[in-house]
Design a protein around this ligand. Structure first.
Ligand code: SAM
Ligand code: SF4
Length: 334
């Protein structure tokens, strides 16, 4: 079967899937306090998610990242992970992984490992309990730390994702780096992106340029650029003193689109070909209208990939949030 190649000759081998728009946290840069969530019938069922992902795997997707909202608050989500194990066993899928806030990991780390998950991205922007409660509104740090421990104990490699927020976690740059080094945890900093209406938070005020963060890191450590690229917006350096790998996700300041290998599926079955563009394809109808055949779905996927744009339009440089997209990160999946 022909693999998925977009109009700019980029092979599409990475699918990110949001399995729910719901979450047990309300991070200030991600959600407003009173979010309204989608009615259940809009969501793909676990069986439909299986059909979707399996079709993508047949078309050459080798890496599947499950996200949300908070993926681990979706009822019965372990059943879905366990079903995906067959694609790892067959060798078609190289990696099954997830991005989580960590709140449910204490109980799910071992079953996830048993389903074949070997790496997990856990989001935490601060290691201070009070600040953590403030930024996540509903989250509690000790619960997340227990989740991180459980993931490591189960044998998973952990990466901490921290959103760089001006005036919020600037002072934790070195404490967080050291904390991760002590535990053998990789660390990636993410620039805040202009996504969705989040109430009256001031996004420009939150924006901490990663060039600045990197320069500050270089005052204390020797940074060596690493050539590896995952086809996404992350760039990596090694801190020579600790051997640690630090990532920078800078969708706003650097163009990474030329090597983009990914697409994103929402929990309602829309496929977004680019995180920074509104264009999307409705895959749910192709799936629901043809319960007995995946051929129409595969055709719909091919048609969508043929529309993948060359790049995105985010731009903070004129001091307005240009190129802003109206949907929330929790909808498309971060
Ligand atoms: N709930 C899970 C979590 O927090 O890891 C998965 C979904 S969350 C939307 C995925 C990632 O997106 C998190 O690391 C989060 O910090 C990040 N994120 C959310 N809103 C963002 C924004 N406006 N700009 C940059 N990153 C954002
Ligand atoms: Fe939930 Fe993740 Fe968004 Fe925070 S960033 S509100 S944990 S979906």
């Amino acid at each position: 079967m022909d693999k998925l190649i977009d109009p700019f000759a980029r092979p599409i081998s990475y699918l990110r899937v949001s399995v729910t728009d719901r979450c047990d946290f309300r991070c200030v840069y991600c959600m407003s306090e009173n979010m309204s969530f989608l009615p259940k019938k809009e969501l793909l069922t676990l069986e439909e998610l299986d059909r979707m992902c399996s079709s993508f795997v047949r078309l050459g997707v080798e890496k599947l990242r499950i996200t949300g909202g908070e993926p681990l608050v979706r009822r019965d989500i372990m059943t879905f992970f366990q079903r995906m194990t067959r694609h790892l066993d067959s060798g078609a899928l190289r990696e099954l992984t997830l991005t989580t806030n960590g709140s449910q990991l204490e109980r799910f780390a071992q079953p996830l490992y048993d389903a074949g998950v070997r790496r997990v991205n856990i989001s935490a922007d601060t290691l201070d309990e009070e600040k953590f409660a403030k930024i996540t509104r509903w989250g509690r740090l000790p619960q997340v730390l227990r989740g991180i421990d459980a993931a490591q104990k189960a044998g998973m490699r952990v990466k901490l994702n921290a959103v760089a927020l001006k005036g919020f976690n600037e002072d934790e740059l070195f404490p967080i780096t050291e904390w991760c080094a002590e535990r053998g945890i990789d660390l990636t900093w993410i620039e805040v992106m202009p996504m969705g209406d989040i109430g009256n938070e001031d996004r420009l005020g939150q924006y901490w340029k990663l060039d600045d963060l990197r320069a500050r890191l270089a005052e204390q450590y020797t940074l060596t650029d690493l050539p590896e690229s995952t086809g996404g917006p992350a760039r990596y350096v090694r801190l020579e003193e600790t051997g640690q790998k630090i990532g920078f996700i800078t969708p706003l300041t650097h163009n990474f689109c030329e090597s983009c290998n990914r697409v994103r599926l929402t929990c309602t079955g829309e496929l977004f070909m680019c995180l920074g563009q509104e264009d999307n394809a409705d895959l749910r109808s192709a799936l629901r209208n043809h319960p007995d055949s995946d051929a129409p779905l595969e055709q719909a996927i091919r048609n969508a990939i043929a529309r993948k744009p060359e790049g995105h339009d985010f731009d903070y440089s004129r001091q307005t949030v240009d190129g802003r997209v109206s949907r929330h990160m929790s909808h498309t999946g971060g």
